[in-house]
Design a protein around this ligand. Sequence first.
Ligand code: PMP
Length: 398
Amino acid sequence: MSLFTAVELAPRDPILGLNEQFAADTNPQKVNLGVGVYFDENGKLPLLAAVRKAEEALQAEPKARGYLPIDGLPAYDQAVKELVFGKESEPVASGRVATIQALGGTGGLKVGADFLKKLSPDAKVLISNPSWENHRAIFNNAGFEVGTYAYYDAAQRGIDFDALLADLNAAAEKTVVVLHACCHNPTGYDLTPAQWDQVIEVVKARNLTPFLDMAYQGFSQGLAEDGAVVGKFVAAGLEFLVSTSFSKSFSLYGERVGALSVVTASKEEAARVLSQLKIVIRTNYSNPPTHGGAVVAYVLGNPELRALWEQELGEMRTRIKAMRQQLVEGLKAAGVTQDQSFITTQVGMFSYSGLNKDQMVRLRNEFGVYGTDSGRICVAALNSKNVDYVAKAIAQVI
Ligand code: PMP
């Protein structure tokens, strides 16, 4: 009898399982649209020029690798605040935002979840139906009961907004509501500015706790445009949390660069909140790693590199939109008569294709086109060489 006899084999991560299946597929035309990663026109994971230049500059003056402060590199935290809320914004200027460097967007969500669990142990968490699959697990693991609010409506290929509002209206006070700030994963459907206003009204009236997940700032309309949602919560006088990820926007997936910002009522309150966030971090991983934060802080703080980064981010955004357009045209050319224009209404890296599980399995087995069983495909992995093949394959299974 071993100490670990009773340990059960956990189910495989569905996306990683898909990757393994893809790797083993011998179809020369295979296309992996399962992962949430941006690939360039050549199907390669980009190393942004802004990142490379920042790394060269940092390398020119190598630094010893001491521990960072528990809450991360000060220049990084400040740069995140300015990016997320605006440099001149009142909450930043008045010092009432507590920001910590986190291990990617996932880390920001986890630190926030642990902090909220101590603050409101009896609160429930609501995530959208559907949502990024890790949302439920992260908040469950932090000890929360996790429910859903209505979101996707397959019949109208969009958001069931009335049902969403009804669910938020029925939520108990202090319920933590996880909201995708932009580029909803997995559906690609975002709320309109007017709908955000209505959500904010309910959040305020019901005294809910908003937790914005900002994993794709800059991938919908632009950095400032996508950040405007955060500004709406500020303008409404709400206190809330925002997690940030630079995994996609800097193509720095493996460096684990993200953040958590907590908007509080005052500078003094922010200091108390920060002290608690530091305890969460200290007892989990002590302090964040140096490299990714240093690169992002360097780029954001250097006018030339910042402009270069914004240009590169804009190119990623524009290329994804072009791929959406080409996919729609390719589907039409392949004989699909149903209207597929919803693909260009969606934003961000993903498209909920509307295909069912059987169709997704056929795509995989017969054509080597890999998306998730839910019908989600990553349009950021399409390029001009594979888009027609993918369109033809989808046309065959529709
Ligand atoms: N939130 C959402 C909605 C995401 O799609 C992702 C990444 N797939 C994350 C958070 C986590 O990002 P990171 O890889 O930076 O942890």
